[in-house]
Write a protein that binds this ligand. Structure first.
Ligand SMILES: NC(=O)c1ccc[n+]([C@@H]2O[C@H](COP(=O)([O-])OP(=O)(O)OC[C@H]3O[C@@H](n4cnc5c(N)ncnc54)[C@H](OP(=O)(O)O)[C@@H]3O)[C@@H](O)[C@H]2O)c1
Length: 216
């Protein structure tokens, strides 16, 4: 995020405001996970593949892991375009958690490219999703790469253990540019208490690691 707490601009256009070091940091964190998780808007806007550089794939294979974490997409509406870049990469399986609201034509196209878990209710049950990932895919560590709406939902449900945060030397301003927890004017149900466990400064960026204190 920027110095003033923004994770993107008000247009939600892909903005590249962090260093090469931060991108490597992201890959390294991703490489530690069994699954990487993303919200539909971030997937659509940033058109990411969620893969890994070859070197990190090799290191995982050496450790007895699959070359890359499985890729998990969350969407209530389910209108995920099958032409997105993620579906052109077969680096790891793709799993989609959505609802039966997913229109038939999307269902047909996506079923060829991903495993679909569609709930009868209007919203994806995030805790249920994590249980499915654990039970059916043996997932222990999930790296959520945002965006803010998904991150906020996970926080609200007490489902986040750790936050890796890079502060980049910019300010964007603007009430309509989302912060880490999105644009909602509502308070979180309760303040979330974080414990700083690591802080590194590399050139002009600050790399922070927080443990989230769980509510009982
Ligand atoms: N700077 C950074 O590190 C960083 C990281 C990530 C993203 N971003 C930026 O964040 C922006 C997107 O923000 P956003 O908050 O709109 O993104 P988001 O959380 O990626 O996407 C929101 C969408 O994801 C689905 N979703 C999220 N939470 C859900 C839940 N609990 N249950 C079911 N579906 C859920 C819904 O999809 P449907 O609408 O399909 O139902 C929702 O509309 C992008 O511009 C991106 O570049 C920045």
């Amino acid at each position: 995020m920027t110095v003033d707490g923004k994770v993107t601009t008000r247009n939600f256009t892909p903005v590249d405001f962090t260093s090469r070091e931060d991108k490597l940091h992201l890959f390294r964190q991703r490489a530690l996970a069994d699954a990487v998780l993303i919200g539909h808007t971030s997937l659509k806007r940033d058109n990411v593949r969620l893969g890994l550089p070859l070197e990190l794939q090799k290191a995982r294979t050496k450790r007895g892991q699959a070359p890359a974490p499985i890729r998990v997409i969350v969407s209530d509406e389910g209108k995920i375009a099958s032409r997105l870049k993620i579906f052109q990469s077969d680096i790891s399986p793709i799993v989609i958690f959505s609802t039966k609201r997913m229109p038939r034509k999307y269902h047909r196209a996506l079923a060829k490219k991903a495993a679909l878990y569609l709930t009868d209710s209007d919203h994806v049950d995030l805790a249920g999703m994590l249980e499915t990932l654990r039970n059916e895919y043996n997932v222990r560590i999930v790296a959520c790469e945002g965006g803010p709406t998904l991150f906020r939902s996970l926080l609200e449900q007490n489902l986040v253990d750790q936050l890796n945060l890079t502060i980049a030397p910019y300010m964007f301003g603007g009430a309509n540019a989302p912060t880490l927890t999105g644009l909602s004017k509502d308070f979180l149900p309760a303040s979330v208490h974080c414990r700083l466990i690591d802080m590194r400064v590399i050139e002009e960026e600050c790399f922070l690691t927080y443990r989230i204190k769980h509510k009982r």
